[in-house]
Design a protein around this ligand. Structure first.
Ligand code: DC
Length: 226
């Protein structure tokens, strides 16, 4: 029997992680876990609660926020469909802000491991691909394979700009570049689980690569893992 593979894809915003991870999961029959969406749900729920930073509030938020991923890609937060609502720039920043609290991170790590454990137990998947910031370093340090996707800031901002424009959000390219640099700095410099390549991660710079090129590189690497 083939072993259940766990693939970690970490990297900053706009590096192509989500698109690649989603396609990879589909191609290989893996569970796809968008861990950023989990932090986005928390940012969304936190905003509703008035952005209080009290330990008890954060603990409860981590424990009580019910996040559900449907197989068709829809995301629910406490029973409300938030698939699109969590994709705006305001929630991006709140997700990054809330992700620096240890109580929140502990809880997310436990939930992410649990999702994978359940998928392995159910037996419908050949593996799991998780994308985020700390998957290879903290959540699954023993992952079968780890990738770190990066790219030039301006190109990443351009991709994000195009994504948002396609959804009709009116934000300028300069605002996006600014927000991206702020968020990256926040994610890279936080004390706990900062955005960092794992020592054994394979680095991929997606600046001059197309999505199919990155995808086929990742697949060829994964196929070499026993
Ligand atoms: O991947 P994303 O842009 O949807 O993530 C939103 C924010 O969530 C990101 O700025 C930092 C946080 N995050 C995190 O701290 N750890 C993860 N594994 C994933 C996301």
């Amino acid at each position: 029997m083939m072993s259940f593979k766990i693939i970690a894809i970490d990297g900053p915003t706009g590096s192509g992680k989500s698109t690649i991870a989603r396609l990879l999961a589909k191609e290989k029959g893996f569970l796809y876990v968008d861990t950023g969406a989990m932090f986005r749900c928390l940012g969304y729920a936190w905003k509703k609660q008035g952005l209080c930073q009290n330990d008890e509030v954060l603990r409860k938020l981590g424990l009580d926020t019910k996040i559900v991923f449907e197989p068709d890609g829809r995301v629910y937060c406490n029973g409300e469909e938030v698939t699109e609502l969590i994709r705006g720039e305001d929630i991006s920043l709140l997700a990054s802000q809330i992700s620096k609290f240890p109580l929140i991170r502990q809880n997310m790590k436990a939930q992410q491991r649990q999702l994978v454990r359940e998928a392995e137990k159910i037996g419908n998947y050949h593996g799991a691909v998780l994308e985020g910031r700390d998957i290879g370093t903290i959540v699954f340090p023993d992952a079968s394979l780890k990738f770190f996707l990066d790219g030039n800031n301006k190109i990443r901002a351009q991709r994000r700009f195009e994504q948002l424009a396609a959804k009709g959000e009116s934000v300028s390219y300069e605002e996006i570049l600014n927000a991206l640099e702020t968020r990256d700095a926040q994610d890279r410099n936080r004390e706990i689980a900062p955005l960092l390549p794992a020592k054994d991660a394979i680095h991929v710079n997606s600046t001059n690569l197309t999505i199919p090129e990155v995808l086929s590189f990742l697949i060829s690497e994964i196929e070499q893992v026993r």
